[in-house]
Ligand binder design. Sequence first.
Ligand SMILES: [Zn+2]
Length: 177
Amino acid sequence: MPTIFTHAVVPLAAGIALGSRRVPPHLVAAGMISAILPDADVVAFKLGIAYADDLGHRGASHSLFFAGVVAMLGALLHRPLRTSPWIAAVWLFACVASHPLLDAFTNGGLGVALWWPWSDVRLFAPWRPIAVSPIGNGFFSARGVAVMASEFRWIWWPCALIAVAGFAARRALSSRP
Ligand SMILES: [Zn+2]
């Protein structure tokens, strides 16, 4: 995985780019939590479930099916999220799906079970520039620093550009006479 903070940066940047009229702050916050959620599966290691198992790390919770389940929950909870059922569903689906898609660009571990339960194949992107984050401790080690540097370069920096560009574009459009 990229580190959990990095997964949360994607919805935050998209929320800033789209603006609070389209994506209210409650929905941005729910999206940030949802983007981290798939990595709750690391408890599998503690439970003795193998990495390669369907319920192992990067398994079922890293599927588009799981993103769909979270999207449906979001649609049901659209009122507290201060949005419409459709916007809640589409937004949360995209936020959850961003997680396995980013994981697929990392250079270590196993791939993601994107098509579970229809297929248990673990997928990687053809190009994997993001240094994989160590699981558990080791975060503050030399490798942890290298991982953060890689995530800044490939995720934080592009996300910051998208957020600023979206924000600027909205400002420019709204100030047109
Ligand atoms: Zn993950």
